[in-house]
Design a protein around this ligand. Sequence first.
Ligand code: BGC
Length: 397
Amino acid sequence: MPFPKNFLWGVATSSYQIEGGNSNADWWEWEKQGKTKDQSGRACDYWNRWESDHALLSELGVKVFRLSIEWSRVETEEGVFSLEAIQKYREILQDLKVRNIQTQVTLWWWVSPIWFQKKYGFHKKASVAIFARYVRKITEELGDLIDIFQIVNEPMVPLGMGYLVGLFPPGKRNPFSFWFALKNIAGAYIKSYKIIHSIKPEALVGMTHLYNWYDSGGHNILGGLIYKISKWFRVLSFNRRIKGYQDYFGLNYYRIGKINLKNWKSEKINFFSEEDKNNVMGWIAYPEGIYKAIKEAYEDYKIPIYITENGFPFGVGLEDSYRITHLKEHLKYIQKAIDEGVEVIGYNHWSFMDNFEWLYGYEPRFGLIEIDYQTLERKPRKSFYAYREIIKGNLKF
Ligand code: BGC
């Protein structure tokens, strides 16, 4: 049996990582302070090149395109919305519709407007109403063109990085602020969920969770404890607050984290990474982990699972057979979960094209399409064509 007939084959991107020129954003300031390896600058210039990029989406044959809206572009000052930016997003979404590609839109992908971060931040209670107002505006203006909503992307990542270890904006290291921000993002999520459904009842509304697989590495009590804490942190702490408010479970899977008690001191903030020389981010691929994550999430939440991101950072080059192997191996395990009765409704490869990888800048290459950052030329990799064949044939491995 191949994949289910209506399986939602897609690719994912995020606004800040590809659009370029998002100078009204807290991350832009963060980059200027030298906190990232590179500055995002014009990124892939998707903001001006979306038409030809969409032609590549059609060539790839995807059913769904995951993209995000940049809050700082549309709400340029508190309560002041840029009709021009909203209109541009309208054109972008409309073009996808014309191409018969479903739209999957994330409303907050770690980046906030400078005014919001200066005056509020998610640790302040007022952030809930402010964020909800933005969501209402977008749903009213663009909701007719959005099929699948994701209110937030992996909130525990910016919460941990921004409020505990201080490596993302707002650069705090304060467990109290962390706790308030967690509570407020969850509150803003529920409020937004209700707003979206009141305007567009039939929409699929949810969020994405980073659900890498963690392994206690054979360590005893301490390892087990760290494993439990990590699961609580990554998944449970947010999910227990939004029970009943997800139409599907958006699952982002990338890798395995191994507890490495011997080296944890030198790794500073990350107990879990072991050096893997095969890729620039030191990640360890573990295809079976996607199966384990799917099974666990389905058992715990009993709602359809949507693989909203999966991919790996390789180096530059068009002959990326390793990416093809990586992709097939993961699809094999997704199929295994489906065969065992789990409802998996779609898969997005991360990423459609190379992009700005936050603290790591432009070195990691996640794209099915290579970007030449000098000329901004787009070059489909071997994996682009392999994925196209998979989609066309609904192929199972
Ligand atoms: C994030 C992306 C990021 C990717 C690779 C995901 O967790 O949603 O923004 O580029 O990981 O690190």
